[in-house]
Structure formats: C-alpha cells, structure tokens
Ligand binder design. Structure first.
Ligand SMILES: CC(C)(COP(=O)(O)OP(=O)(O)OC[C@H]1O[C@@H](n2cnc3c(N)ncnc32)[C@H](O)[C@@H]1OP(=O)(O)O)[C@@H](O)C(=O)NCCC(=O)NCCS
Length: 163
C-alpha cells in the first residue's frame, strides 16, 4: 500500500463527498453531515483519509464515548479495493481507539456486505446483533459487530499482521 494516512480536514470534503457517493450511493452522507462530524474532532471523533498522490483513495471515522468506540464509516474508492487501504485505515482507527482507552469497538455493516464483513472478522470483530431496516432509504438490515480491546492478543491481532 503506497497511500499515506492523515487526519481528515474540511479541505478534504469535496473529494470525500464524491467518494462517499461512489461508495455508498443512496445511503451516502451529505457534506453537512460530514462537516458536523469533523466539528467534533478531536473530542469524540477521529477521521482519517488515505491519500495517494494527492488523491483521496479512502477514509474512515471513529466515534467514541464512555469507553466505547464505534467505527462509523469506512470507504475505499472502488478502483482501489484490494490494495490494503481498508485494512490500513481500520488498523489506524483501532490504534486510536486503544490510545483513547476504549475497551470495545462496535460497528454496523449491511448484512449483504460480505466483503466488509470478511475484513472486520479478520480483525477479530464478532456478531452481536441485528438492526432491522437500519439503512435508509433502502431499509437494508445491519449486522452489529463488536471487538473487545482488552485481553491478550485481542484488539486486532489480525490488524498487526496485515499492515
Ligand atoms: C470494505 C472496504 C472498505 C474494504 O477496503 P479495501 O481497501 O478493499 O480492503 P483491503 O484491501 O484492506 O482488504 C480487502 C481484500 O483485499 C485483499 N488484499 C488486501 N491487500 C492486498 C494486496 N496487497 N494484494 C492482494 N490482495 C489484497 C484482502 O485480503 C482482502 O481480501 P478478502 O476481502 O477477499 O478477504 C471496501 O471494499 C469498500 O469501501 N466497500 C464499500 C463500502 C463499505 O462496504 N464499507 C464498509 C461498510 S461500513
């Protein structure tokens, strides 16, 4: 992977909003939503972009409160899938979660998104529940996954192996 990870800023939003549409389609977040997220950095949010030669190839975000984290978004430009960018972003977000002292990290992922689920399982996430109709406007169901950041070897042993 040649992309470099760095914090996301408002100056990145033109590219990120475009990427968001390519990756998430009708479920994509608006610019306004993303601005609202960035406004909460660093207190309760941590957003990263993966930059490749001046172009943003991927991004991801972590939300945290009360010792718990949530991977709120993770997206890689379709033409860049399989290069390890998603793994690198997830590794960095989980590293930050650990630095912030979170003991567990949750995420939601569409039940039909096998590729993303494979990535999360490789990092040690396990299924903890189902949220019916979670995604709008599609009404698709979300699988809720959890990773414990306490205990020996937990916390993304797979992450370390891949990055
Ligand atoms: C899910 C997603 C973030 C994964 O990103 P990615 O950059 O393709 O992820 P990686 O490259 O780290 O890993 C994905 C696959 O590529 C393989 N891979 C990674 N680096 C590789 C490399 N250098 N050479 C060959 N294969 C590689 C991995 O083994 C993995 O394979 P698998 O899924 O078959 O097990 C991306 O597909 C995406 O944006 N999807 C749409 C949005 C989405 O679903 N987001 C998550 C839901 S919230």
């Amino acid at each position: 992977m040649t992309a470099v990870l760095r914090p996301m800023t408002r100056a990145d939003l033109d590219q990120v909003v475009g990427l968001e549409r390519d990756v998430f389609g009708e479920e994509s977040w608006s610019r306004q939503m993303l601005e609202g997220e960035l406004d909460q950095q660093p207190a309760s949010r941590y957003y990263l972009v993966a930059e490749d030669d001046g172009r943003i190839a991927g991004y991801g975000g972590l939300l945290g409160a009360g010792g718990q984290g949530d991977i709120v978004t993770l997206g890689v430009a379709p033409g860049d899938w399989g290069r390890g960018i998603g793994s690198a972003l997830l590794t960095a977000l989980l590293g930050e979660a650990r630095r912030r002292g979170y003991t567990e990290v949750f995420l939601e992922v569409r039940t039909d998104n096998d590729r993303a689920q494979r990535l999360y399982r490789r990092f040690g996430f396990t299924d903890v529940g189902l949220r019916r109709g979670y995604y709008q406007p599609s009404g698709a169901d979300a699988l809720v996954m959890r990773l414990s950041l306490t205990g020996a070897g937990g916390a993304g042993a797979g992450a370390a192996a891949r990055s």
